[in-house]
Design a protein around this ligand. Structure first.
Ligand code: MG
Length: 239
């Protein structure tokens, strides 16, 4: 398999700084193994930026070493953020999401994930979300306490139940078999809270390359208000 990716990140229309981080920061291609990730930091002052940056740095150490499992990379990101908080108490309470994928030469993709950033896959059959949001709202919907419609505008829809940097954490890990023609999207919630899934699917399915598609997604989030930072990684699976 050959993988080609485009990436983009933007502070949006409201915030004056960007607390998202990603890896790699530039477009490229590889036959695998290769790792890619997005992280969405949170915390007072500059702490959110610090958290996502530290997490991505830790998770991307020895990026070419395919013996490091994605779940271990996210675990080391968690430890790095906790460590920084202990060293500098002014950063206390900072945290970050992380959605990471390792694309392998055999056409499999291994994901590890914590928080409300997401991974989507567009196949011949359409687009579906691969990750579970670790949010209070998602859990309430799962429990049948509120409807998906009520969740859309719920005041607590950004409240995370799992985040890196606070303490020991359960990390979701799963693998997907890819086919030539599939397209993967990793994204922070700046896109998914502003743009409906069916529009994200239309943009992914518009037949454009990975780079223009990345920027089309970011432009759509900004056109819808751009209230949060938006970061995307779009990956095509080629023969
Ligand atoms: Mg965000």
């Amino acid at each position: 398999m050959k993988y080609v990716w485009g990436t983009g990140t933007d502070a949006g229309r409201v915030r004056d700084h960007n607390e998202d981080s990603l890896f790699p920061t530039t477009s490229g291609n590889s036959e695998g193994p290769v790792i890619l990730m997005v992280a969405d930091g949170m915390g007072g002052a500059v702490a959110g930026e610090v958290a996502s940056k530290l997490a991505v740095e830790a998770a991307s150490i020895d990026a070419d070493d395919s013996d490091i499992e994605p779940i271990a990379r996210v675990a080391s990101a968690n430890e790095a953020v906790i460590e920084a908080t202990i060293t500098d108490p002014t950063l206390a309470g900072m945290g970050t999401t992380m959605t990471l994928v390792r694309l392998n030469p055999d056409g499999t993709a291994d994901f590890a994930h914590v928080g409300d950033s997401r991974a989507y896959i567009l196949t011949e059959g359409g687009m579906r979300v691969l990750t579970t949001d670790h949010t209070l709202i998602h859990e309430l919907v799962e429990l049948g306490k509120i409807t998906p419609k009520e969740a859309e505008n719920h005041p607590h829809r950004h409240m995370l139940t799992r985040v890196l940097g606070i303490g020991p954490i359960a990390i979701d890990a799963f693998s997907v078999e890819l086919l030539v023609g599939d397209r993967i999207l990793l994204t922070s919630d700046g896109l998914t809270t502003m743009v409906a899934d069916f529009i994200i699917e239309q943009i992914l399915d518009a037949g454009e390359g990975v780079e223009p598609t990345s920027w089309a997604l970011i432009e759509q989030a900004n056109a819808a208000g751009g209230v949060d930072n938006t970061t995307v990684v779009v990956i095509d699976v080629l023969a």
